[in-house]
Write a protein that binds this ligand. Structure first.
Ligand code: GLY
Length: 293
C-alpha cells in the first residue's frame, strides 16, 4: 500500500489531493509528491509556498526546496531561488541532471531557466499589500501573520511517501515570513528538513528552520527508526530533545514527521498545534497534533 503524508491544513490538503491524482494516474512516488508541491506552490490563494507566499524584508520571495530518495540516498535542493516555479521541480532537476546536491540563489535560477522553467512574478497583489503593511509597521505585520486569520499562513509544505518500503521525502518553502534576505532555513538541507533511507524510513520537518536545522531533526528521527523506534516514537523523541535543549523551539512550533518500515506514520511538535494529512490507499484523513508533555 502506498502512503503519502503532507503538512498543514489548507496547503497540505491542496498538495495531497494533487499528489493522489498523480499517483492514481500511475506516477511514481516522486512524481506524485512533486505534483502535490507544484499545486501548492502555484495556488496564489494559499499564503504558504510559492506564488503568494510571504516575502523577505526586501519584499522578495526566496524559495527553498529539496527532495531525497531512500533507495540510494539521491538528493537535490535549491535555496534562495527567486522568481521560478515550481521550486520543487528545480530541486528535482538538481538531483537528476547535475552531479550536485544543492544550487543557490541566482545560479539556481539560471540553472532552472536553462532546464526549461519559466521566470515569473510570484508576488501577488495581496502579498504586495501585506508588504506595504510590513514597511509601515513590521511588528504589527508579524502579529497579523500569527493572529488574525482562521488558519495562520504556513511557509512550508513537507511531503513523505512510502510504498513497499521504498521511501521519498520532499519539502518546499518560502521560508520564515519577513526573513532576512539570503537567509536559508532547514527545508532544503538534507538531514534537517528532509531525510530518506530505505534501510530505516523517512522524515521531514516544518516550523522554525533554525532550530530544526540545529537539531538535524529529520536525520535524527530516521536514526531513531534505524535503532528500532516507530515513526511516532522517533518524532516524539526528537521533539522532546528539542524542547529540553532548545528553548526557542518552545516559542515557534518545530514539527517532525516520519514514516517507518512497519507501515506506521508519526509526527510531533514542540509547541502549538500541527495538522498532518495522511493518505493510505484510498483513505485520506487529517490528524491533529499537540505537544506531548
Ligand atoms: N521551515 C522553514 C524555514 O524555516 O525556512
Amino acid at each position: 500500500m502506498r502512503t503519502i503524508v503532507s503538512t498543514w491544513k489548507r496547503p497540505g490538503e491542496v498538495a495531497i489531493k494533487a499528489a493522489l491524482i498523480k499517483s492514481n494516474a500511475g506516477g511514481s512516488m516522486l512524481d506524485a509528491i512533486e505534483a502535490g508541491l507544484t499545486a501548492a506552490e502555484a495556488d496564489p490563494t494559499l499564503v504558504a509556498i510559492g506564488k503568494g507566499s510571504l516575502p523577505n524584508t526586501d519584499g522578495e520571495l526566496e524559495l527553498d526546496a529539496s527532495c531525497m530518495l531512500g533507495k540510494d540516498l539521491s538528493a537535490g535542493a535549491v535555496c534562495a531561488l527567486r522568481g521560478i516555479l515550481p521550486a520543487i521541480t528545480a530541486a528535482r532537476y538538481v538531483m537528476e541532471r547535475t552531479n550536485h546536491v544543492m544550487l543557490a540563489g541566482d545560479q539556481a535560477r539560471r540553472f532552472a531557466i536553462s532546464q526549461g522553467l519559466t521566470p515569473q512574478n510570484l508576488v501577488t497583489e495581496e502579498i504586495a499589500r501585506r508588504f506595504e503593511m510590513f514597511l509601515v509597521n513590521p511588528d504589527q505585520a508579524r502579529q497579523y501573520v500569527h493572529a488574525v486569520e482562521d488558519e495562520p499562513p504556513h511557509d512550508t509544505v513537507t511531503m513523505l511517501a512510502r510504498e513497499n518500503n521504498d521511501f521519498v521525502a520532499c519539502s518546499s518553502t518560502s521560508g520564515m515570513p519577513y526573513k532576512m534576505p539570503g537567509r536559508v532555513g532547514d527545508s532544503p538541507i538534507v538531514g534537517a528538513g528532509i531525510y530518506a533511507d530505505n534501510e530505516a524510513g523517512c522524515a521531514g520537518a516544518t516550523g522554525m528552520g533554525e532550530e530544526l536545522w540545529k537539531a538535524c531533526a529529520s536525520f535524527r528521527a530516521v536514526e531513531f527508526m534505524r535503532n528500532g523506534a516507530s515513526a511516532m516514537d522517533a518524532c516524539n523523541e526528537v521533539a522532546q530533545i528539542m524542547r529540553k535543549r532548545q528553548p526557542k523551539s518552545l516559542e515557534i512550533p518545530c514539527v517532525v514527521l516520519a514514516l517507518d518500515k512497519q507501515g506506521g506514520f508519526g509526527a510531533a511538535t514542540t509547541s502549538g498545534t500541527f495538522e498532518l494529512w495522511v493518505a493510505e490507499g484510498d483513505s485520506l484523513q487529517r490528524h491533529d497534533f499537540v505537544p506531548q508533555s
